[in-house]
Design a protein around this ligand. Structure first.
Ligand SMILES: C[S@@+](CC[C@H](N)C(=O)[O-])C[C@H]1O[C@@H](n2cnc3c(N)ncnc32)[C@H](O)[C@@H]1O
Length: 217
C-alpha cells in the first residue's frame, strides 16, 4: 500500500508517478522526515519533492522550500506537491539561497545529494547549509555510506546508471560515497555539532545512513 503522501503526485504522468513511488520504496525517507523539526524546512536537492510531500503530510503548520538544479524535477514538484500553499520549489543553488535567506530555516535536509557533488565542494555546500539555519537549527544528512559492503558497490553502480545512462539524475561534479567518519568530519568542520549517525541499511539494498547535527545556539 503506497504512502498517503504520494497522492499529491497523482496528476503527474505514469512514469513520474512510478519514479516517486519507487523512490519511497528504495530509501528510508519516512525515517528522515520523522527527524525533521520546526516550521521552516529546507529540502536541498529535493528532486520531484517526495521527501517534501512526506514532510508536509499531516503538518499544515510547516513551510517547506525545495531546491534542485534540475529544472525538469522542479517542474514536476511544482505540478504536484508544489500546489500546496506551504510548499515552494525553485531551481536555485544552495549558495544563492543562503545569500538570499540567511538564518531562515529551522531544519535543513540534504538527502542523497552529497554523493552526487564533487568532494571539494562539500565544504562550501555545508557552509551554505549552516548560513541558512537559525541558531540551534537541525541539519539532517541522508546519504549512502562507503562501508565496504556489497550494498555500497551496488549503490554506486546504481547512481552511475541513473546519472550517465538513464540520465534521470543530475550530478554536479562526482559520484561517490564517504565513510561515516568522513561525513561527520565534513559536518563538524562546517560548524555543526553531530548528535547521531544511524545506519538504515537493514531491509534495503543500499547502505543508507542518516546523520543528525545541530548548529550551536
Ligand atoms: C538521488 S536524488 C534525491 C532526491 C531527493 N533528495 C530524495 O531524497 O528523494 C539527488 C538529487 O540531487 C540533485 N542535485 C545534484 N546536484 C545538486 C546540487 N549541487 N545541489 C542541490 N541538488 C543537487 C539532483 O538533481 C537530484 O534531484
Amino acid at each position: 500500500m503506497a504512502h498517503a503522501s504520494l497522492t499529491v503526485f497523482d496528476a503527474l504522468p505514469a512514469k513520474e508517478r512510478w519514479f516517486c513511488r519507487t523512490r519511497l520504496k528504495l530509501a528510508p525517507l519516512e525515517a528522515v522526515a520523522a527527524q525533521a523539526v520546526g516550521q521552516d524546512i529546507l529540502d536541498v536537492g529535493c528532486g520531484h519533492g517526495v521527501l517534501a510531500a512526506l514532510l508536509l503530510h499531516g503538518h499544515p503548520e510547516r513551510r517547506v522550500v525545495g531546491i534542485d538544479p534540475d529544472v525538469r524535477k522542479i517542474d514536476w514538484a511544482n505540478e504536484s506537491v508544489g500546489k500546496q500553499m506551504n510548499a515552494e520549489f525553485r531551481a536555485v543553488t544552495i549558495e544563492a539561497l543562503a545569500a538570499e535567506r540567511p538564518a531562515a530555516f529551522d531544519c535543513v535536509i540534504i538527502a542523497d545529494v552529497l554523493c552526487l557533488i564533487a568532494r571539494d565542494t562539500w565544504a562550501p555546500f555545508l557552509d551554505a547549509a549552516r548560513r541558512l539555519l537559525r541558531p540551534g537549527g537541525r541539519l539532517l544528512v541522508k546519504d549512502a555510506e562507503n562501508d565496504g559492503s556489497w550494498r555500497a558497490v551496488k549503490a554506486l553502480w546504481q547512481e552511475r546508471l541513473m546519472v550517465h545512462v538513464l540520465r534521470r539524475t543530475v550530478s554536479t561534479g562526482g559520484i561517490g560515497f564517504a565513510t561515516r567518519e568522513e561525513l561527520a568530519g565534513y559536518v563538524t568542520r562546517a560548524g555543526f555539532a553531530v548528535d547521531d549517525i544511524t545506519s538504515y541499511a537493514r531491509g534495503y539494498t543500499a547502505p543508507h545512513v542518516l546523520l543528525i547535527a545541530h548548529l550551536p545556539p
